[in-house]
Write a protein that binds this ligand. Structure first.
Ligand code: NAP
Length: 854
């Protein structure tokens, strides 16, 4: 007799429900697992269409929690087919006696939180009522097929098939006239099989998709070898990777290499036959449209190579969306199908379906009769299965109502107003943007650990705080904002279901980062949660996440490269290293004109580079000093930033070189910076600028020089500057501020690197000079208006802020911009870190304001 009151009710017996059941039992929790199907397997139980296969290689798409399985279960292929994956699920269920803990052919209709009993009441399709302390939806992300929303679907008298609900006995299409509607993963996988049987096949395509061949075969020997050699290391690498699959990380922008090189690199990725490899070829495929377009071009060229009729090839070639923003597909001979004489492609964007009829499909003035129609039209993804159950939380609030404008969760695991309610791979977690097996295991383990911890400490309920949920929403939005996803109508965005709120449903910050956040939340005393029970309360409101996601991603990539520390290099080595790094970055936007030249420095000629806007001049002039700790860099080393500022602010930027330490120590750089300003002031008109509209700008050590020459201009009779734009400037040689301690390690510019710079540049005594530490100036009055930008995770943050405050105290108009979640170098990474865009837009408007009204 099944228990009516248990610790945990779990809905779904796919890979998530199965593992959770195993863990709950192990920890001594009573449970009921309720499953609508008549067997385990979840998605692999329902999706039995011909050709259904996992797009993630079997080395990576398998449980890790039972290491014996690695030897017991031999996968026959690199990409396992649905029957084999289902057999695997059944094998595990038998081995671990999971069948005995699962009620099959039972649906949950309703679940309601009883706040007085602190329990959930669950109503099932069999009329049973179960109460439980904790309620877990392990219902999968793609489990509710969406309504095909085509007129006349109920009229057709022939055979109707839905890929996500395929008959268990299979379908033989031999000799049939078949229509397939949809060209997503399910259609792309099933099409070659259907085409090989059908007498006639018509494919109705609304949006073409990117697909690459799976090159299926035996498991890749290199991956198997790595897995077998050190299972733990391999699986940990998967867990901490961006997507849940161990993979080489890209280090170069698609825009930093020639098209030929880019295509050669993409070809290499293509040959691997791994779903995530193409998108991981370059650092910026997911965030930069131009970089993404390189990949799109490559993918389209592949379609044209295979499909013989150029018009059909073009119809099959995606043009309207960025690669990866709709789930890319893997196929075996998909595009080849369209070379078969009995296969026809109908582009329903040009020839819309008017109606399904009793005998076939009417479209664009044509009627075609069919024996079978296959709907491969997708799913109400991520939220469909959850809100399909009538779930009522505290104060009568239903989840459907709460989520009517889009799902709100904390960590994609929990949601405010619904205590002791958990989702496995829910919206707001990496889920469908990851290897599901890795994400499932992580969620199951998090829930298990939370339950154990609560039990140990005597807590009965756990609920996220509203602040934590809001923080998570902001973080998810920060992540989504830097990607190209939001420009595409995809099921990731809920856009495939009419009326569904348009929001990026999965968390796109990466599997490893997400795991760290969840672990941190638990380790820091359930950060963002309120726990109650037995007269006790524990409230730990947050904050949750601070760093900009793209900045953190970059740091992750850098960590994998194990770069040598700058301070361990000689200046010559460090310069070589910086030059090599610069070749991998994106070049920055085009400007009207770039001209190089020389000017008289304090001790001989030095180089400059002028960036002129495309608009008609003369333009206001900004004398720009590059970063590099007075040791590294040149007038061209901040090229992308200079281009960006020139374009955004419509000003002329003159980036000037100066002598570097240790060959030329302090005050050589200052003398040259000052000489440059005077020379520009004299020659502004000749250079195409407005002589009475000059400002200075600089980054880091260049910000230091800009601040110093602004003081010198004030004290030495001009030029009269319109403003000073200081980006994460060095202003104080004492290096005593709190940000040196908080941010001294791990954020590219480290405390040790700064020390190395200072040691090369200036003696302890020299650092006290106002020409090295402009913050020490006895007076900052009458300096030009300033804009000072500091990064939250920069060791120099506090000295930048201190300078801003000191200027303001002296009566100088100051705009201070604290770049949330940024490090010292990130704001300059034009076209590589999108989160810096808004900061640079502010910097540009700061520059415009310097010159406004003139
Ligand atoms: P899908 O990717 O959403 O594709 C549905 C297709 O049907 C799209 O081409 C869509 O066009 C079209 N469609 C939808 N409504 C339509 C309508 N009213 N009229 C005409 N066309 C319509 O669904 P799916 O192929 O089932 O795949 C869903 C997801 O499941 C995949 O993206 C993947 O994540 C997962 N999946 C994985 C595997 C695997 O790992 N091997 C296999 C299958 C599925 P639009 O694009 O214009 O909306």
């Amino acid at each position: 007799m099944a228990e009516k009151d248990v610790d945990v009710v779990v809905v779904g017996a796919g890979f998530a429900g199965m593992y959770l059941l195993h863990e709950l039992r192990k920890q001594g929790f009573s449970s009921r697992v309720l499953e609508a199907g008549d067997d385990v397997g979840g998605t692999w139980y329902w999706n039995r269409y011909p050709g259904a296969r996992c797009d993630i290689a079997t080395t990576d798409y398998q449980y890790t929690w039972d290491p014996e399985l690695l030897d017991e279960w031999q996968w026959s292929e690199k990409h396992a087919a649905q029957p084999e994956i289902l057999r695997y699920a059944q094998y595990v269920a038998k081995k671990h006696d999971l069948y005995s803990g699962i009620d099959f052919e039972v649906r949950v209709d309703k679940a309601a939180w009883d706040d007085s009993a602190k329990k959930w009441t669950i109503h099932t399709s069999t009329g049973e009522t179960i109460t439980c302390r904790h309620y877990v939806m392990a219902t999968g992300c793609l489990s509710v097929p969406k309504d095909p929303d085509i007129p006349g679907t109920d009229r057709f008298k022939g055979n109707v098939y839905v890929t996500g609900r395929w008959p268990h006995e299979g379908v033989d299409f031999t000799g049939q006239r078949v229509a397939v509607i949809g060209t997503g993963s399910s259609a792309i996988q099933s099409m070659p099989h259907i085409a090989s049987q059908a007498k006639q096949l018509v494919v109705f395509q609304r949006t073409p998709n990117f697909s690459m061949p799976a090159f299926n075969g035996p498991q890749p020997p290199d991956r198997v070898a790595r897995l077998k050699a050190d299972r733990i290391a391999y699986q940990n690498e998967a867990r901490m990777s961006p997507t849940g699959v161990p993979m080489e990380m890209a280090t170069v922008s698609a825009l930093a290499v020639s098209r030929e090189e880019a295509f050669a690199m993409l070809e290499k990725s293509w040959r691997k036959g791994e779903l995530l490899q193409i998108g991981a070829t370059f650092t910026d495929v997911g965030i930069n449209r131009a970089a993404n377009e390189v990949v799109c071009d490559f993918m389209r060229s592949k379609i044209h190579e295979v499909v013989k009729d150029p018009e059909t090839a073009e119809t099959l070639s995606p043009r309207g969306h960025a690669y990866g923003t709709k789930r890319p597909c893997m196929d075996t001979n998909y595009f080849e199908v369209f070379n078969m004489p009995h296969v026809r492609l109908v582009d329903i964007r040009k020839k819309p379906i008017t109606s399904i009829t009793e005998t076939g499909i009417d479209f664009d003035g044509e009627s075609i009769e069919f024996d079978s129609i296959v709907y491969a039209t997708g799913f109400d993804a991520m939220t469909g299965a959850i809100v399909n159950v009538d779930i009522t939380g505290k104060n009568g609030l239903t989840l459907k109502k709460k989520w009517e404008n889009g799902p709100l969760t904390y960590l994609g695991l929990t949601t405010v107003g619904f205590p002791n309610f958990y989702m496995i791979t829910g919206p707001g977690s990496p889920s469908v943007l990851s290897n599901m097996m890795v994400s499932i295991e992580q969620h199951v383990e998090w829930i298990r650990d939370a339950l154990v911890d609560m039990r140990d400490k005597g807590f009965e309920t756990i609920e996220p705080t509203a602040a934590a949920e809001e923080d998570w929403r902001v973080h998810c939005t920060d992540c989504a904002d830097i990607t190209l996803f939001q420009d595409t109508n995809s099921w990731y965005m809920g856009a495939n279901v009419p009326g569904k709120p348009r929001v990026l449903l999965p968390y796109i910050g990466g599997v490893g980062r997400y795991r760290r956040i969840c672990t941190e939340a638990m380790q820091r005393g359930f950060l963002g949660f309120e726990l109650q029970g037995n007269g006790k309360q524990q409230l730990n409101p947050g904050p949750v996440r601070l760093m900009q996601p793209d900045v953190e991603m970059m740091l992750d990539v850098m960590a994998t490269l194990e770069l040598p520390p700058i301070e361990a290099m000689s200046p010559a080595e460090a310069r070589g290293f910086m030059d090599a790094s610069a070749t991998m970055r994106a070049p920055g936007p085009d400007v009207g004109e770039i001209v190089d030249g020389t000017f008289p420095g304090a001790d001989g000629d030095l180089e400059y580079r002028v960036y002129r806007p495309a608009s008609a001049g003369p333009h206001p002039v900004v004398v720009y000093y590059h970063g590099g700790g007075w040791v590294l860099g040149s007038h061209t080393s901040d090229d992308p930033l200079c281009r960006d500022l020139c374009k955004r602010a419509d000003v002329m930027i003159i980036s000037v070189n100066y002598r570097h330490a240790p060959e030329a120590r302090f005050p050589a750089a200052v003398d040259d910076a000052w000489a440059a300003l005077q020379w520009v002031a004299k020659n502004a008109s000749v250079l195409g600028g407005k002589p009475d509209q000059i400002a200075v700008a600089g980054w880091s050590a260049g910000g230091n020089l800009a601040a110093v020459v602004a003081q010198m201009a004030r004290d030495n009779g001009g030029p009269k500057l319109k403003g000073q734009l200081l980006l994460t400037p060095v202003t104080d040689g004492s290096r005593q501020s709190a940000s040196y301690i908080e941010n001294g390690e791990g954020y590219v510019l480290t405390k040790n690197v700064m020390e190395w710079f200072w040691n090369h540049y200036a003696s302890a005594e020299d650092r006290k000079s106002v020409k090295a530490s402009p913050l020490l100036a006895p007076s900052l009055a009458n300096l030009p208006p300033a804009m000072i930008v500091t990064g939250q995770f920069d060791p120099l943050r506090d000295e930048g802020n201190a300078y801003a405050h000191a200027l303001a105290d002296a009566g100088v108009p100051v705009k201070r911009l604290q770049a949330r979640g940024h490090i010292h170098t990130s704001i300059t990474m034009v076209d590589m870190l999108p989160s810096g865009q808004s900061v640079r837009a502010h910097m540009a408007s700061g520059l415009r304001e310097f010159f406004a009204g003139e």
